[in-house]
Design a protein around this ligand. Structure first.
Ligand SMILES: Cc1cc2nc3c(=O)[nH]c(=O)nc-3n(C[C@H](O)[C@H](O)[C@H](O)COP(=O)(O)OP(=O)(O)OC[C@H]3O[C@@H](n4cnc5c(N)ncnc54)[C@H](O)[C@@H]3O)c2cc1C
Length: 324
């Protein structure tokens, strides 16, 4: 049985790993030049930022065992510091229950986990799949190759176009995603706080989530400097999505200065990463989306919830469907 998987995020990688463990040789098509999708890491000078997912919380799900037992644990860091909250410009301790959740990252970036998950898999990098053609005799054609089964492991709005190209009547538009502008900021000042991130739980402030990358783990900024990623609220991100980088950086840096103080007035390194589909606001359950007799499966965080460990689980569900 020949299987194609579209997307090398956590869902696609999970699916491919299990299929390979069961004797199949799936082919993954990935449009980007890196694995991991929204588990993304970017270097800017001497600063290192996780621009999408900040950390992973395995919660005892399948990825937990994979991370600890099946792949190398080199550089795996347990994040010790808690998450604080901010409201009306004041920072206070966060929810103790939420702070009990174990969070992990890798010294060289969260993307390390994706690279390790992808080891040994047949992945066609920088290969955008724009359509999937259903063959009259059964199966599918993708970029000149034929397959018996296809797994779509992309954000659901992107899966919609591929389903339509295959003449599949399923509609996934009930699943919606929020956009997020991630603003990367490097400062020539040390961070003295005892937390690694501060959030606005009510998402009223444009600065919804500020991750201090250099407080998260060592190696993210030179000695005496700090690296931060500001994830902006859905409202702010929608209103500024097409604004110039300089404007977004200027406005965000002002927000950070107001929150953390004058030593964080002027970033010495900065960049903007735009996520059109950052995390789902509404999901469609995998079982609802995938009829029992289909040979074209749809998985990804849009079927489970916007977390790495959930995306991984959804890929396992798709693998189980293929094997069944
Ligand atoms: C700003 C932000 C912060 C987040 N914070 C956290 C966090 O702290 N913890 C957490 O657990 N989760 C977090 N998440 C959510 C988490 O990153 C996602 O839920 C998870 O990565 C989704 O994985 P996926 O495999 O479903 O999709 P993706 O990671 O999006 O993977 C899809 C892949 O498909 C590729 N692709 C798409 N279309 C095509 C095509 N037509 N042809 C070929 N390739 C294609 C893409 O390039 C991508 O690599 C965050 C996300 C964002 C954006």
């Amino acid at each position: 049985m020949k299987v194609a998987i579209i997307g090398a995020g956590f869902a696609g990688l999970a699916c491919a790993r299990v299929l390979r463990q069961n004797g199949l040789a799936p082919v993954i098509y990935e449009k980007s030049h890196v694995l991991g999708g929204r588990a993304a890491t970017r270097r800017n000078g001497e600063y290192l930022f996780d621009t999408g997912a900040t950390s992973i919380s395995p919660r005892g799900l399948a990825i937990d065992k994979v991370m600890r037992e099946e792949i190398s644990t080199e550089g795996l860091v347990h994040i010790e510091r808690p998450i604080h909250v901010h409201s009306m410009g004041r920072i206070s301790a966060g929810d103790p229950m939420k702070n009990r959740i174990e969070r992990y990252v890798y010294t060289d970036g969260i993307n390390v986990l994706a690279r390790r998950l992808g080891e040994g898999l047949d992945i066609r990098m920088q290969t955008l799949v724009e359509r999937i053609d259903r063959l009259p005799a059964g199966g599918y054609e993708i970029l000149g190759d034929t397959y018996d089964r296809v797994v779509l492991a992309v954000p659901l709005p992107q899966a919609q176009a591929l389903l339509e190209s295959a003449g599949d009547p399923r509609r996934v538009t009930a699943a919606t995603y929020r956009p997020c502008l991630s603003v990367l900021l490097g400062y020539a000042a040390p961070f003295a706080g005892n937390f690694f991130a501060v959030i606005d739980p009510e998402q009223r402030h444009p600065l919804t989530w500020l991750s201090v990358e250099s407080a998260k783990c060592a190696g993210r900024a030179p000695e005496g400097h700090s690296a931060m990623v500001a994830q902006m609220s859905p409202d702010y991100s929608r209103s500024r999505y097409d604004a110039p980088d300089e404007q977004i950086i200027h406005e965000t840096a002002k927000d950070v200065e107001r929150l953390l103080g004058a030593e964080f007035s002027t970033p010495v390194a900065s960049d903007v990463k735009r996520w059109r589909y950052s995390q789902p606001e509404a999901t469609i359950a995998y079982e609802t989306l995938n009829p029992r007799l289909t040979d074209l499966y749809v998985c990804g965080d849009g079927t489970r919830g916007g977390r790495l460990e959930f995306a991984y689980e959804s890929g396992l569900q798709a693998a189980a469907s293929v094997l069944r």
